[in-house]
Write a protein that binds this ligand. Structure first.
Ligand code: AMP
Length: 240
C-alpha cells in the first residue's frame, strides 16, 4: 500500500509542466532520469539527445572522475587506481560527489544521471535525496560490448563520442580524437565483470519500484534514440 502511494505521488509530480524541450514534450517529468546499462551500451552517446529533449543536464560520474584525475585533485588520486583497473570507486567517494551535484541550482528539476547509481548502496542513498522517475536500461550483450569499447574515441574538445567503425568522426575532428585509458580489452573485461556483479542487480531493484524502462541497445544509434524518445514521451503523457 505504502509503495503504491509513493508511486502515485511520484506520478503526479512527474506530470508537472516542464519549461524546456520541444512542444510535444511540454509535459515532462520533474525528478531525475537514470541512464543504466553496461559500459559501452551507448549511455553517453544517447545522453545529448535525451538531455536536449528533457532539458535535464547530463551528469556523468565517469566524466567527473576523469576531470578529477586530470587535475590531480585528492579525489582524482584516490579514484585513479580503481578506474585504471576497471573497478568501481568506493561508494562513499561517489555518493558525496553526486550529493553535492544535486544541490546545484540547475539540478532543481532533476538531472540526467549517466553512470550513477552503479550499486544498490548508491541507489539507496540516491532514493533518500532525489526522486528517480525513470531508469532507462540500455541492453547490449557482452560480445558486442568489447568491440564497441575498443573502437570508441572521444573528441578532446567537445566530448562527443565516436566509433572508428560504426560512427567515425568527421575529417575535421579525426585528428583530435582520443581513446580513454580504460578502453582496452583487458580493462573492459574487468569493467564488465564489475557490471554483472555489482550493477546489474539494480535492474531488478528499480523494476520492483516500477521505474525501469528496457531498451534494446544492440541497434543503430538513431533507432535506440528513437525508442528512448518514445518511452519518454509515453512517460510524460505528451504522446497522447
Ligand atoms: P564510465 O565513464 O561511466 O564508464 O566510468 C569510468 C570509471 O569511473 C568506472 O569504471 C569506475 O571506475 C568509475 N565510476 C564511474 N561512475 C561510478 C560509480 N557510480 N560508482 C563507482 N565507480 C564509478
Amino acid at each position: 500500500m505504502g509503495r503504491i502511494r509513493t508511486l502515485v505521488v511520484g506520478a503526479e509530480q512527474a506530470l508537472m509542466r516542464f519549461p524546456y524541450g520541444p512542444d510535444r514534450l511540454a509535459r515532462v517529468v520533474t525528478g531525475s532520469i537514470v541512464l543504466f546499462g553496461p559500459p559501452g551500451a551507448g549511455k553517453g552517446t544517447q545522453a545529448a539527445r535525451i538531455s536536449s529533449l528533457t532539458g535535464k543536464p547530463q551528469v556523468s560520474t565517469g566524466d567527473m572522475l576523469r576531470t578529477a584525475v586530470a587535475t590531480n585533485s585528492d579525489l582524482g588520486m584516490e579514484a585513479k587506481e580503481y578506474m585504471d583497473a576497471g573497478l568501481l570507486v568506493p561508494d562513499e567517494v561517489i555518493i558525496g560527489l553526486i550529493s553535492q551535484r544535486l544541490q546545484q541550482p540547475d539540478a532543481k528539476s532533476g538531472l540526467l544521471l549517466d553512470g550513477y547509481p552503479r550499486t544498490i548502496v548508491q541507489a539507496e542513498s540516491l532514493e533518500k535525496i532525489e526522486l528517480v522517475v525513470a531508469v532507462i536500461s540500455i541492453e547490449v550483450p557482452d560480445d558486442a560490448i568489447v568491440r564497441r569499447i575498443v573502437g570508441r574515441r572521444m573528441d578532446s574538445e567537445t566530448g562527443q563520442i565516436y566509433h572508428v567503425e560504426f560512427n567515425p568522426p568527421p575529417k575535421e575532428v579525426a585528428d583530435r580524437v582520443v581513446q580513454r585509458k580504460d578502453d582496452n580489452e583487458e580493462t573492459v573485461r574487468s569493467r564488465l565483470s564489475a557490471y554483472h556483479e555489482q550493477t546489474a542487480p539494480l535492474a531488478e531493484w528499480y523494476s520492483d519500484r516500477g521505474v525501469l524502462l528496457r531498451i534494446d541497445g544492440d541497434r543503430g544509434i538513431d533507432d535506440v534514440g528513437d525508442s528512448i524518445e518514445s518511452v519518454l514521451l509515453k512517460l510524460s503523457g505528451a504522446d497522447a
